[in-house]
Write a protein that binds this ligand. Structure first.
Ligand SMILES: NC(=O)c1ccc[n+]([C@@H]2O[C@H](COP(=O)([O-])OP(=O)(O)OC[C@H]3O[C@@H](n4cnc5c(N)ncnc54)[C@H](O)[C@@H]3O)[C@@H](O)[C@H]2O)c1
Length: 339
């Protein structure tokens, strides 16, 4: 099978590509614009594979996408390219509307034209897998209850609204044109090569550099944490075995308050530093950096009541090797822990 993966130079896309090249015989075409969030370093180990190709292309540019489809003849699309950081979407929503909505629309149209031109067998087997977020469901009040695939959409930030829009477009292209689509909505990922604007890597880097550690308000927002390599395996299962038209929630069964995640990181870094350094405990600096809560930040999210049991999340991920330098080493060690 040849998979066209958009956003393959991002945090999750690169984990999916590493998984595919290491564990399957499939071919991969990585279509990525290389925004500030794109990074080819996590793909160094696969870049020489004859089963891997990279195309630096913006998903909003139709001509370029058409060329890539024509040249590579994919059997399935896994669409991960997006603007993905909530705080950036509050400060500047325009790029989110462009990539997440217009880009998804453009990719759907190019995929539809390509799919229409396939022979019957390849047409039947073709899949368009859209990777989305649990943030489309909004907020859960209190500590009980779970999001299900039937929970009504209630996005609260420009990011989640743009992702909700793209989910609706994908469903519409299935209903209207019959394009064989699948959607997955996952919770917060963590793991190797996470961009250091997100909570876990940012906290690790700030702690290592003796900067204040920042949480919104009292850090009581609850998030469900999913290891990126578990997510990569789940996505591959869905694109191979999922039912066309279906939506699958993917969660980690691993809810934590942000403040508890930060405390866990502090504890680990302090333990590591005691082994080789003699710094002040990181936890003492924790309360220096509280940020004012933003109105569109969600208090509790948990999308883990999957209606179809496809995955076993109890599997732990293997050790991630190949670390270089103290920062990368600490990030890898901490990111691979299941809190
Ligand atoms: N990271 C999470 O915790 C999380 C949680 C739920 C859902 N998601 C979704 O998963 C997907 C991947 O997330 P991520 O964390 O890997 O994102 P990321 O920000 O790390 O990577 C996004 C990638 O898309 C590329 N890109 C951006 N705009 C593009 C464009 N116009 N054309 C081509 N490429 C473009 C970037 O260069 C980057 O490589 C996103 O759709 C996101 O909404 C992520």
């Amino acid at each position: 099978m040849k998979l066209l993966i958009t956003g393959g130079a991002g945090f999750i896309g690169s984990a999916v590509i590493r998984h595919l090249i290491a564990n399957t015989d499939d071919h991969v075409v990585n279509v990525d614009k290389l925004t500030y969030a794109g990074n080819l370093e996590p793909l160094a180990e696969v870049s020489d594979s004859p089963r891997y190709a990279f195309e630096r292309v913006d998903i909003c540019v139709r001509d370029e996408l058409e060329r890539v489809f024509h040249q590579h003849q994919p059997d399935a699309v896994m669409h991960l390219a997006a603007e993905s950081h909530v705080d950036r979407s509050i400060d500047g929503p325009s790029a989110f509307i462009q990539t997440n909505i217009v880009g998804t629309y453009t990719l759907l149209e190019v995929s539809r034209a390509y799919w229409n031109g396939l022979g019957i067998e390849r047409r039947d087997a073709f899949r368009f897998h859209h990777i989305s977020t649990d943030e489309v469901y909004g907020d859960l009040e209190g500590s009980e209850g779970l999001f299900t695939e039937e929970t009504p959409y209630a996005p609260s930030s420009p990011y989640s609204a743009s992702k909700a829009s793209s989910d609706h477009l994908v469903r519409a292209w299935q209903r209207t044109y019959g394009l064989p689509t699948l959607i997955t909505n996952c919770s917060n990922n963590y793991g190797p090569y996470h961009f250091p604007e997100k909570l876990i890597p940012l906290t690790i880097l700030n702690a290592l550099e003796d900067k204040p550690l920042r949480v919104y308000g009292k850090g009581e927002q609850v998030r469900d944490w999913l290891h990126v390599e578990d997510h990569a395996r789940a996505l591959y299962t869905v694109v191979k075995e999922g039912q066309v038209v279906e939506t699958y929630n993917i969660g980690g069964h691993n809810e934590k308050r942000n403040i508890d995640v930060v405390h866990a990181i502090c504890k680990l870094i302090d333990e590591m530093r005691h082994a080789s350094f003699n710094f002040l405990p990181v936890c003492r600096r924790l309360y220096l950096g509280r940020l004012q809560e933003r109105p569109s930040r969600l208090r509790r999210r948990k999308p883990v009541k999957q209606k179809k049991i496809l995955f076993n999340y109890k599997e732990l991920t293997e050790q991630v090797s190949g670390s270089a330098g103290e920062h990368r080493h600490c990030i890898n060690r901490i990111n691979q822990l299941h809190f």
